[in-house]
Design a binder for this molecule. Structure first.
Ligand SMILES: [Fe+2]
Ligand SMILES: [Fe+2]
Length: 189
């Protein structure tokens, strides 16, 4: 009775009904929310370590401000979950595990001061870029799925991640990279 029965397996497997696509997209949306929820929680533990190891005043200030925002990102995600009728659940984000590990390695392999600060900025910006990519995708998914409240909240966080990234770029350009390059001539012995 159905023409799809005669279709080659490859073709029919590609053809999903609209509702299947919608459900698949929604599952992916929820799954990615769990991933970033885990990542944000992990960052509330990781950023204080970066603050501890940083020396540049502006950097400490920027990280401290973003730690507060990150805590808000955790609770905002809980609101996103509830707005779509899902339970807030965290699922280990392997990318964030790696990014945090890399940040720790940089902090352990550099001496306190400008070079370590430059390393902290680099590690923090990689984290921000991951978050920007994730929230950009989640925002698009929420819009496609007609989850307007979730989309608004995700966009708010996306903008804060972008602002944090720009602040870090500004600090790197204005002070740390220049100063770190300047210590070239200071050989001890
Ligand atoms: Fe965040
Ligand atoms: Fe962030």
């Amino acid at each position: 009775m159905e023409t799809t029965e005669k279709m080659p397996a490859q073709k029919s497997s590609k053809k999903q009904s609209k509702s299947e696509v919608a459900q698949g997209l929604r599952d992916l949306f929820v799954d990615e929310l769990k991933d970033i929820y885990w990542a944000e929680k992990a960052l509330t533990q990781a950023i204080p370590k970066m603050i501890d190891k940083a020396t540049d005043e502006e950097l400490v200030e920027a990280l401290t401000k973003h730690l507060q925002e990150t805590r808000e990102h955790v609770s905002r995600l809980e609101e996103v979950f509830s707005s779509i009728g899902e339970k807030a659940e965290a699922k280990e984000c392997k990318a964030m595990v790696g990014l945090i590990k890399e940040a720790e390695e940089i902090m352990n392999s550099t001496e306190e001061g400008m070079v370590r600060d430059a390393g902290i900025i680099s590690a923090a910006q990689k984290v921000e870029h991951y978050e920007i990519a994730t929230y950009g995708t989640l925002y698009a998914f929420a819009n496609t799925l007609g989850e307007e409240d979730a989309a608004d909240m995700l966009e708010e966080t996306l903008e804060e991640e972008k602002a944090a990234d720009e602040t870090l770029s500004g600090i790197a350009e204005s002070s740390i990279n220049v100063a770190a390059a300047g210590v070239d001539g200071e050989d001890a012995d």
